[in-house]
Design a binder for this molecule. Structure first.
Ligand SMILES: [Cu+2]
Length: 293
């Protein structure tokens, strides 16, 4: 018997055993519909049409709040490794805003189907969140639903990773100096999950969880590019941290087949300059009316 024949023999035995196993298993189930129907997820619609990209730059108007130096005296290890640790809630360079999470919220593909009706494979590669110098790196990141998130501790001190989601399950886990990576995943889409550290109150990170892969975080130059986007028309959202649930800007874009759509966003500035004049006008309107009595 040659090697190929042996392999086929082993395979066919394995398949027979599998068939036998599922036939026996079927006796306990009321639904004998076969393997295609036993999944609780709906039928999956996979996209195979033409794609394009969305790119742009995120700006910050006006003078951004200056980063503040973080007092790390509670943990000397942090101060030794990272003596100039600064707040990262608004990172602006030359008017461009980093750490903005840009993603497709909804839309219609060029073939007339709802974007939300498509399903996207969970990536097999993991996304890393490191604790290095007593802050989270990166500060903002995205994962797909059920994609593996690998959390590492590069510091000579203990951290306690504590995401505080609204839709996913909350957990917190201590990771000692030298401890192996912690592997987690989120089962539901959520924009965005704040992550804190129970050891170091200043530590913050934000994780965006989506059912699809069309998201990016703006870089230090404010730029981002989302590739492989099905041709279609979409609502694109740029999210940045701030307040209780963050701040969002939305834009409609049409992604052409094999082309690129532009979506520039801007935060900051504008709101304060528009409210001041309207407040000043109010007394001018009110006083003549009072004088008529
Ligand atoms: Cu920590």
């Amino acid at each position: 018997m040659n090697k190929q024949t042996k392999v086929w023999l082993v395979l066919s035995i394995a398949l027979s055993l599998l068939a036998l196993g599922s036939a026996c298993g079927g006796g306990t189930s009321t639904n004998n519909g076969g393997p295609a129907n036993n999944s609780n997820a709906g039928p999956s619609l996979l996209y195979s049409g033409p794609t394009g990209s969305i790119s742009g730059v995120v700006s910050y108007n006006g003078t951004p709040p200056a980063p503040k130096k973080i007092d790390t005296t509670a943990d000397p290890v942090c101060g030794q490794k990272n003596p100039n640790l600064m707040t990262e809630d608004t990172v602006v360079k030359d008017g461009k805003l980093a750490n903005t999470f840009i993603y497709i919220k909804e839309g219609t593909t060029a073939d007339g189907k709802k974007f939300a009706d498509y399903t996207w494979a969970t990536p097999t590669d993991e996304v890393q969140l490191d604790q290095n110098g007593c802050h989270y790196v990166p500060h903002v990141l995205g994962v797909q639903v059920n994609q593996k998130l690998k959390i590492t501790n590069s510091d000579a001190t203990q951290h306690n990773i504590h995401p505080t989601p609204k839709l996913n399950q909350e957990w917190n886990q201590t990771q000692a100096n030298g401890a192996p990576p912690i592997e987690k995943a989120f089962t539901r889409a959520e924009i965005l999950i704040p992550v804190k550290c129970n050891q170091h109150p200043w530590m913050k990170s934000y994780i965006g969880v989506l059912k699809h892969p069309f998201f990016k975080v703006s870089g230090a130059d404010g730029a981002y590019t989302i590739t492989g986007v099905p041709a279609g028309t979409y609502t694109v959202v740029a999210w940045r941290e701030g307040g209780a649930t963050g701040e969002e800007k939305t834009m409609q874009v049409t992604v052409p087949a094999n082309g690129s759509a532009k979506a520039d966003f801007s935060f900051g500035g504008a709101a304060t300059s528009s409210t001041t004049p309207s407040l000043k006008m109010m007394p001018a309107i009110e006083f003549p009316m009072l004088g008529k009595h």
